[in-house]
Design a protein around this ligand. Structure first.
Ligand code: KIV
Length: 262
């Protein structure tokens, strides 16, 4: 099982492997394989068919984090703090404390750069481990009018580096960099001493994270450019289901080996 210290040793060495999980069953398949499991608020979209992450609540995140912790007892687990649960220091401490009090998760994740540094500092000073998240931040989708790839201009790269430095200075032990052009992610990674974990940020970060239902091909609504499907999960499930339906309808299932006899 990774610790914050061993996670930080991945800076500039072997990339960290991170995947999301939302339930005990899949978490148990990922346990002791990946370095970190993130209970991402992306579950609101891929598990709950909502158009964005904004309506995920603290109670929903706690429910899924408890399930993931039950399924993956030997893996470092991070709980995503949902939209509106860390608007000020007091609210953030209250909600993040619930993660430690009610689940076995090891850390929380917060979206935001310089503007959120005081919140990250308040949490880390109150013994709550924080993973930052900068670049494209899904919780800003409505306020920014969509999902926009970052780091296309020198000015924006400088802003992102300032964000990353602020998050590090506030005490975060690592930071997710999402939806950022490769050169920008490389420069951010070089500018800070905590591990960077990329998603849609190219290969120069200190680790990679993907949403499990994207990378295993279960979520088919859309496929972002950065998602590589390592399995065609939905197709496999539908093929198996078709076989089951056919066998039931033609009474060839259950065969003798699946049937109790006297
Ligand atoms: O919610 C999530 O799954 C995330 C990852 C995309 C990093 O924040």
């Amino acid at each position: 099982m990774k610790t914050i210290t061993s996670i930080q040793k991945h800076k500039g060495t072997t990339p960290l492997t991170v995947i999301t999980a939302y339930d005990a069953l899949f978490a148990s398949l990922f346990d002791q394989k990946v370095d970190i499991i993130l209970v991402g608020d992306s579950l609101n979209m891929s598990f709950n068919a909502k158009p964005d992450t904004l309506s995920a609540s603290m109670d929903v995140m706690l429910y899924h984090t408890k399930a993931v912790c039950a399924g993956a007892k030997e893996t470092f687990i991070v709980c995503d703090m949902p939209f509106g649960t860390y608007t000020d220091e007091k609210t953030a401490i209250y909600n993040a404390s619930r993660v430690y009090a009610e689940t076995d998760a090891h850390a929380v994740k917060i979206e935001g750069g310089i503007a959120r540094a005081p919140i990250i500092k308040a949490l880390t000073q109150n013994s709550i481990a924080v993973m930052g998240h900068i670049g494209l931040m899904p919780q800003f989708v409505r306020s920014e009018g969509g999902y926009k790839v970052r780091g296309r201009t020198e000015e924006d790269i400088v802003t992102l580096i300032e964000d990353a430095r602020a998050v590090e200075k506030a005490g975060a032990f690592s930071v997710v960099i999402e939806g950022v052009v490769e050169e920008a992610a490389k420069r951010i990674s070089e500018a800070i001493s905590i591990p960077t974990i990329g998603i849609g940020a190219g290969k120069y970060t200190d680790g990679q994270v993907l949403v499990w239902s994207d990378m295993l091909g279960f979520f088919q609504a859309f496929q972002p450019k950065f998602v590589k499907r390592y399995l065609e999960g939905a197709t496999l499930v539908q093929t198996a289901l078709d076989a089951y339906i056919k066998e039931v309808q033609e009474r060839s299932f259950p065969q003798t080996e699946y049937t109790y006899q006297k």
